[in-house]
Structure formats: C-alpha cells, structure tokens
Design a protein around this ligand. Structure first.
Ligand code: TEU
Ligand code: CA
Length: 544
C-alpha cells in the first residue's frame, strides 16, 4: 500500500460565501447559511471546503481586501459562528480551508491607517512606499484592476504600491515584522482547527517594484519556505498556492513532495488560452483545443512524482465552464458531464466550484448597472473612454466577467432560487427555475449525480490518484483521450469536446473493458473499429 497524504485523493468544494446561502434575509450569504448546507456537501461526497474570505472587510473586492485577519465580518456572522462551522464540518469529516490574502490588506486595515500617519510610524514599513512628485508616478507599472499601481498620499509626499485596487495596498514582505505578524495570525487560525489554507496571489508577495518585478520575485521561495516552517508544517493541513505565473518548474518548488512549501499549486496556464495573444482576457478568441490538450498533458507529465497540481475549470474569478467550453443550450447536461469527466480523470486534486455540480451557466444581465465586480466595472469605464463600442464591451462581459460565477447558488425553483428571502446582493440567474439543486437531486441522470459518481470513483480506484498519464490522439481536433496506468489497472478516458459527431480510433484491447462512467444512457460504442462519438459524448473504461 502506498502511503500518501490525505489531500491527494480528496475533492475540494469552493464556496463563494456572499452567494452561497443567506440565513437572515439580508440578501447576503453567511456562515449560518453554510452550516445549514453541510448535509448537501456531505451527500456530494467532498472532503474539504475552501471558502473565499469572510474576514472583516470594506468589500471593495468582495473580501479580498481584509481589514482584520482575526475577525469575521458581521455581514457573514461572528467568530463563534466560524468555530461552530469548523466543528460541525469536522463531524462530517469535512475540513474547512480558509482563504489567506497575504499580498495586500485593505487600506482600512489598522496597519495601513497607522502607516499613513508618518514615515517614522512603526507600521510605515509594513507597506511599499516610494517618494515622489504628485502626478509623476515612480514608474509605469499598472494595477490589475486598472490604472497605475501607485497611489499618492499627499500628507507623506509618497506613493504606495498596489497590484490590485487602490483599496488593496501591497504588504512589504521584505520587512521581517510583517512576516512574523502573518505567521502568528496563521497559527491562531490553526489553533481554531481549520483544515488548510488557500493562498491568494502568493506568487506576487515578493515583488520588487523598483525593478518592475511583480510575480516570482527573487526571494519568493525563501519567504514561502520560512512561512511553511513557521506555520503549516506544525499541522496536517492542505495548502494550495494560487499562482498565475507558475511554470511546471516553479510548480515543482511550490508543491515539492518534501512538503517544504505547499501541498499543491493552483495554476492557470490551461485557463488563459481563449484570448488574443498578448492581450487581455476580454479580447476574446476561440479555444485552441489541441493546444489545451497539450498544455494539460505537459502539466500531468512534468509533475508526475515531482509535484502536485489542482484540477479545476471554474472558480470565483472565471466564467462558468459549461458556457465557456461546453454548450449551455441544447447539450448543457452532456457537455457539463463531459467536462467534469475529462477533468476528474486526471492526476491532481479536483476542485468543484459552487454550482458547477449543477451545470450552472453564465449570466447575461441587460446592461452594466446590474454588474457588481470591481474588475468588470473598471474595465467597462476604461474601454468606453478608449472608444470601444458598448455592445462589444458587453460581449466580453458576457463571456468573461467574474460575476458569471458570482450569481447566487441555485438551490430550488422558489423565489430567488432559495438563496435568500430578501433582496439578493447580486441578481439571480433567471434560469434557476430549470437549473437548481432540488431538481438535480431528484433526477438520477443529472449533472449533480454525475459529479457524485466521479467523486466516489476517485476514492474507489487508486489509478485516479496514482496512475501515470498518457495523452492519446494529440492532434485530434475534436477528441480528448488519455490513459491512466498503474501497476495493475488501466483507465481510458475518451471525450468528444465538440457539438458535432466525432470519429476516432481506439484500440480493440478495450473491447472487453468495464464501463466506469458514460454521459449518454446507451452503450459505449465498440472499440477496435472506428468509433462514432455523439456530440459531447464521453466515457471512462477500466481494465484490471
Ligand atoms: O486573484 C488573482 C488574480 O490575478 C485575479 O485578479 C485575476 O487577474 C482576475 O480575477 C482575472 O479575471 C485573486 C483572487 O482570486 C481574486 O478574487 C482577487 O480579486 C485578487 O486575487 C486580489 O486579491
Ligand atoms: Ca445574510
């Protein structure tokens, strides 16, 4: 028996708390709402829940701007609620993963309020400052949510550095006092019994604005190893580092099997392909399917035995996968299942983003006034000023806005999808009457039950966790097929990624294999001759 860390065959569920379940009718999801849905999560079969930030926050970026790391925002509940959630989840063997935002705080954090008081204030060096002349930025670095990365503070005659919004000043990791404060805060949460941490934009903490460096700064892995030694290694945690700038080489450091940094990396190389080369995500381009397969295969091969990856199509920053690369109309169910099957068949720890297991789709609000996301709103204004046409901008928003993932969880066909009895903070996707948890649970053939099966299988067949990956038919423009092989089992995953019938060649050796999972009700086509796949048809075969 191979001894492996528990998180290697775990499945993680991500909750965006503002949109998951409201318990008190104020239109905002909260901790008591999550507690009330623990049975649902248990039935789905997941092992851990990553919850986006619920700390005190002015909510400029929905909680990714933290003003107190050691308290819960009243909007979400209290510390007592949080402790109850941790305890009740534990009874169901579900671990709670907190979202740590360590690159920046809110400008309303006590440290920043002090830091602004004077250059000799003990907290001044907690942030990144640069002397300057108003209007003449220290350099031309830009913030992720638009505008310059520098903000002028007249009282100090200085700029502070912010990689995200003006209300998210960057912390200065060069300062050992900052690092110590952070480690103590992490240890405090560990004592409360949290099961792990997701580390927001962790590749950006070791920035060097003087040298134009944002991610992968020279001291990054030194800081991470120190943090891991001082905190994570003192517990049995799952830790996952969000790293947009990771290559497989860098990912091997983050997820080094020696455990000196994190359990795994959460990287996006496969999620940024449907945009124009060298431009922004808003500049839409069709998905280069062959390139996608090769990218996923590269990560599978390079990390095999040397690191550990997260498997995901969705999160709170990404559009809904069934709308993005599947078909959210005629083949919604088939394509949602196909995408799940392709993803969960690979090596790594799968993440299911709330509503993905229902096949929830993107949303199209009539105009910009219904959108809430700071990134979307800033882009809209910038592009209007730059002369883009309104309908062109809305087209990008419909395809890529983060609000696609942030509409309320669709629990039932009742008013507001059963999310709240009040007025939801963001509009509900009108398709909740068709797509909701209640009806999905009743239908044995639903997307929801397909996810349940996939999650169960990972626990039953070790080949999902340990098997070596081999991409088949790499140049095929429609079919995604691969093998997973360990000492006594072989698994074949085969999927038509398109809405057209597809033909492919799979060897006759698979004729007698067991069908583990199939997204159409009828038999799997015969292997050994040329195989005819229906639109979005996908299956897993097993030989033992
Ligand atoms: O996201 C990091 C990040 O780089 C995103 O801002 C990304 O550029 C954008 O979402 C693409 O559309 C993390 C969090 O996941 C995100 O929600 C936060 O807004 C961001 O960090 C700042 O904390
Ligand atoms: Ca509430």
């Amino acid at each position: 028996e191979i001894k492996r860390p528990w998180w290697k065959n775990a499945v993680v569920y991500q909750i965006y708390p503002k949109s998951f379940q409201d318990s008190n009718g104020d239109g905002i999801g909260d901790i008591r709402g999550i507690i009330s849905r623990l049975d649902y999560l248990e039935e789905l079969g997941i092992d851990a829940v990553w919850i986006s930030p619920m700390y005190c926050s002015p909510q400029d970026d929905n909680g990714y701007d933290i003003s107190d790391y050691q308290d819960i925002d009243p909007m979400f509940g209290s510390l007592d609620d949080m402790e109850e959630l941790i305890a009740k989840a534990k009874e169901k063997n579900i671990r709670i993963i907190m979202d740590l935002v360590l690159n920046h705080t809110s400008d309303e954090h006590r440290w920043f309020l002090e830091a602004k008081k004077g250059k000799d204030n003990p907290y001044h060096d907690y942030y990144v400052w640069k002397d300057g002349v108003e209007g003449t930025y220290p350099n031309d670095m830009k913030a992720a949510f638009g505008g310059p990365a520098w903000e002028w503070v007249p009282e100090l005659n200085q700029y502070y550095f912010h990689q995200f919004s003006v209300k998210q000043p960057d912390l200065n990791w060069e300062n050992p006092k900052v690092r110590r404060e952070i480690y103590d805060m992490i240890l405090w949460w560990m004592e409360k019994g949290v099961g792990g941490f997701r580390l927001d934009v962790i590749d950006q903490i070791a920035k060097e604005p003087d040298n134009g460096i944002t991610n992968n700064g020279p001291r990054l892995h030194e800081f991470l190893q120190e943090m891991s030694r001082e905190t994570f290694q003192k517990g049995d945690l799952i830790t996952v580092g969000e790293a947009w700038g990771a290559t497989p080489e860098i990912a091997k450091l983050y997820s080094n099997p020696d455990g000196t940094e994190f359990s795994m990396v959460f990287q996006f190389e496969h999620m940024v392909m449907d945009q124009q080369e060298g431009k922004e995500k808003w500049d839409l381009a069709p998905l280069p399917f062959v390139k996608l397969k090769k990218c996923l295969a590269k990560w599978q091969e390079e990390l095999y035995g040397r690191g550990w990856n997260s498997l995901f199509w969705d999160n709170h920053d990404l559009p809904r996968i069934v709308s993005r690369w599947g078909d959210d109309g005629k083949y919604r169910k088939e394509s949602a299942k196909m995408l799940a099957l392709v993803l969960h068949g690979m090596q790594g720890t799968p993440y299911v983003y709330q509503g993905e297991e229902l096949g929830m789709t993107n949303v199209r609000f009539p105009d910009i006034s219904s959108y809430e996301d700071i990134e979307t709103l800033n882009m809209y204004r910038e592009r209007l000023d730059a002369g883009y046409k309104e309908d062109e901008i809305m087209k990008s928003i419909y395809a890529k806005s983060r609000d696609n993932a942030r509409t309320p969880m669709q629990w039932s066909g009742e008013k507001n999808a059963g999310f709240t009895t009040g007025k939801p903070w963001i509009r509900v996707n009108p398709n909740y009457t068709d797509i909701n948890a209640e009806s999905e649970k009743k239908d044995p053939d639903s997307v929801y039950h397909f996810y349940r099966k996939l999650i169960r299988m990972r626990k039953e067949y070790p080949v999902f966790v340990d098997g070596k990956f081999e991409l088949l038919l790499p140049e095929d423009e429609q079919v995604f097929a691969y093998l997973r092989t360990d000492s006594d089992t072989q698994m074949l995953v085969c999927a038509n990624f398109t809405g057209e019938p597809a033909e492919c060649q799979i060897s006759g050796e698979w004729k007698e294999a067991q069908i583990l999972l199939h997204n159409y009700a009828d038999d799997v086509p015969e292997c050994g001759e040329s195989l005819q796949l229906k639109p979005y048809e996908a299956f897993i075969l097993l030989k033992q």
